[in-house]
Design a binder for this molecule. Structure first.
Ligand SMILES: Cc1cc2nc3c(=O)[nH]c(=O)nc-3n(C[C@H](O)[C@H](O)[C@H](O)COP(=O)(O)OP(=O)(O)OC[C@H]3O[C@@H](n4cnc5c(N)ncnc54)[C@H](O)[C@@H]3O)c2cc1C
Length: 477
């Protein structure tokens, strides 16, 4: 018996689903949870298929046997993470990760919102988004209390705020900081999509198959009718569903749509990511009191600042893991910088199907065409200069100077099925429904118009919840 109930694919192939979700990462998990939460007393049949295997039952950081080295060795298995940058020279940092829970099994949990002015071009107003942000923050336990109040955090924040960054603040993160008490367990500190599935399971059963990959969406009379899948042993089946939600990621969702010949000029277009500048710096320990704590600081984007950055530490690589190691008393403290810039969404940055090469399932490989515009390069330069100013304000010395990561290593791709009112420039409407195909939705980073610098996942989850609510509003028993 696995740690989460699974349904044989033969049984799923005999069921007519009301909703079938493809992919179990941030978007798929959020849609599943919301659909089940809001329909628990209805007879809705909900299924989920996931291309990957059962890798971890929780976020990796909740497992005390991991540290950064052991985790990297574990996750680098080609079974879970496919290094595809060598196929995509424009996008050398790219990786595809397949497992139940998707990339939320090892994301860094940073959860800022986009600002109202950053979503002005969206088909949804900020006011409409607020209740969904609040719901997402509540279910994901988003808090800014992770390092709040520590001596290190307070001193560095003070220096930043009076050194040219008055809006520097505590970083919001998806961490459950409630203590375990009176028999109520709070041991699952770091959030992953597995928590969405746990909430859902405890309200109502749903069908789940892993190692099952969607290769095509099926339509009948112009509307969604199901999905063709291939299991890891190479067997093909058809799963019927009135509503299909594609949550297979910014790369895989358009790949399935293109492979299904779903029309749409914007499908696969407007690929954006968040160019990431990292740096590492140190500061003398004797500037701080004996009881030190950690730092998790955010300098948010602003009307005149198309980037944001974070300062994390001490010892950024070990910082996220259980602290069972005996540590030396150091003379210097090490902190990491992690900066994200906003890209200009451009039609020419896109993914498309390779006309010749196919994977072992017979699905055309994806090609990526990507470059930075001169406006993007200006924002990246401003971000780099700003990180330098912030380090100086905090009294930090770089031991690794600010440098831009290769595109793809940010893991924040978005936009390939972006929302909008005009089918010529967007793939889905404001509810995530593919233009012109009733019953077919996208709910993952692909729908995001990443027109701000905030990390994408909180917004993706908020939008997936909104998509689920819309689907429920259209459902009649
Ligand atoms: C190291 C790291 C750190 C990160 N830190 C942050 C952070 O601090 N803050 C933040 O906001 N974001 C962060 N991210 C990004 C975050 O993980 C993504 O934004 C989020 O997971 C995207 O959700 P998604 O649903 O689009 O895709 P995923 O979470 O990638 O889920 C897609 C799922 O679909 C499955 N799938 C793919 N193809 C198919 C198919 N054909 N059929 C069936 N299933 C399929 C995959 O196996 C996967 O489970 C980080 C990512 C990484 C890797």
């Amino acid at each position: 018996m696995p740690w989460i109930p699974l349904t044989p694919i033969e049984k799923m192939a005999e069921t007519d689903y009301d909703v079938l979700i493809v992919g179990s990462g941030a978007g798929g998990g959020a849609a599943l949870w919301r659909l089940i939460e809001q329909s628990k007393n209805k007879g809705m049949r909900i299924g989920m298929i996931e291309a990957g295997d059962l890798l971890l039952p929780t976020h990796a950081h909740n497992l005390p046997t991991f540290d950064q080295t052991r985790f990297t060795q574990f996750i680098d298995s080609p079974h879970y993470a496919e290094q595809i940058g060598n196929l995509w020279p424009d996008y050398p940092g790219a990786r595809i990760f397949r497992a139940l829970g998707g990339r939320t099994l090892h994301w860094y949990l940073m959860c800022p919102r986009l600002l109202p002015e950053e979503i002005k071009s969206w088909p949804i107003s900020y006011q409409e988004l607020v209740p969904y942000y609040l719901t997402a923050e509540q279910i994901m336990n988003v808090t800014d209390a992770y390092a709040k109040g520590s001596a290190l955090q307070e001193k560095l924040l003070h220096r930043l705020r009076f050194g040219g960054f008055p809006d520097a603040t505590d970083l919001p993160m998806a961490v459950d900081l409630d203590v375990t008490r009176y028999g109520q367990l709070h041991s699952n500190v770091f959030f992953s999509s597995i928590i969405f599935m746990a909430y859902a399971l405890n309200m109502k059963p749903f069908d789940l198959a892993v190692n099952t990959r969607a290769v095509q969406v099926l339509t009948e009379k112009g509307r969604a009718a199901g999905v063709k899948v291939v299991t890891s042993d190479g067997k093909t089946s058809t799963i019927r569903a009135k509503t299909v939600i594609l949550s297979a990621s910014t790369f895989e969702t358009p790949r399935i749509l293109l492979n299904s010949h779903i029309p749409g000029e914007a499908i696969g277009r407007y690929l954006v990511n968040q160019p990431t500048v990292i740096a590492a710096a140190k500061i003398n320990r004797n500037q701080f009191p004996e009881v030190l704590g950690n730092a998790a600081i955010m300098v948010p984007s602003a009307a005149d600042r198309k980037y944001m950055f974070f300062t994390l530490g001490t010892d950024p690589l070990d910082y996220w893991w259980y602290h069972y190691k005996e540590r030396k008393l150091l003379d210097e403290l090490r902190l990491g910088f992690f900066g994200l810039a906003t890209l200009e969404p451009r039609f020419e940055n896109h993914v498309s199907l390779d006309p010749i090469r196919r994977d072992s399932f017979g699905v055309p490989l994806l090609k990526v065409q990507f470059s930075y515009s001169s406006q993007d390069k200006t924002v990246i330069r401003e971000l780099t200069a700003s990180i330098r100013r912030a380090a100086a304000a905090m009294g930090l010395d770089f031991y690794e100077n600010p440098s831009l990561l290769p595109p793809g290593l940010d893991n924040h791709e978005a936009g390939t099925c972006r929302m909008g009112n005009d089918p010529a420039t967007s793939a889905t409407n404001q509810y995530g429904q593919i233009h012109g195909v009733p019953g077919l939705y996208a709910a993952d980073n692909s729908v995001l118009l990443l027109t701000g610098a905030a990390n994408p996942t909180l917004t993706t989850v908020a939008l997936a919840i909104r998509t689920a609510d819309y689907i429920l509003s259209q459902y009649h028993e």
